[in-house]
Design a protein. Structure first.
Length: 90
């Protein structure tokens, strides 16, 4: 793999993470401010892109670091709890 491909991939995934996480925080702020239901366009993409970025950068040496972007992104937090709940209810 060429170094340019790695840099491009990291910039792409990092941009997706920052972009969608910013959108999710903006929507969360609007929900709290107006108390309206405002749907997020794709709530889980930011956290998943951030997790993929961390996985690419660390090479899976530290697998627990993958959870950090999923926790930072407010769109993913709900889906993480939903996944845990569905696994417990089995």
């Amino acid at each position: 793999m060429d170094i340019a491909d790695t840099i491009f991939g990291c910039l792409l995934l990092g941009g997706l993470f920052v972009g969608f996480t910013t959108v999710n925080y903006g929507i969360l702020f609007m929900k709290l401010k107006k108390a309206e239901r405002i749907p997020s366009p794709a709530p889980i993409i930011g956290g998943v892109a951030g997790a993929a970025l961390v996985a690419c950068l660390t090479g899976f040496k530290y697998p627990w670091l993958i959870a950090i972007p999923l926790i930072i992104d407010p769109g993913c937090v709900f889906f993480i709890f939903l996944l845990i709940y569905s696994l417990i209810k089995r």
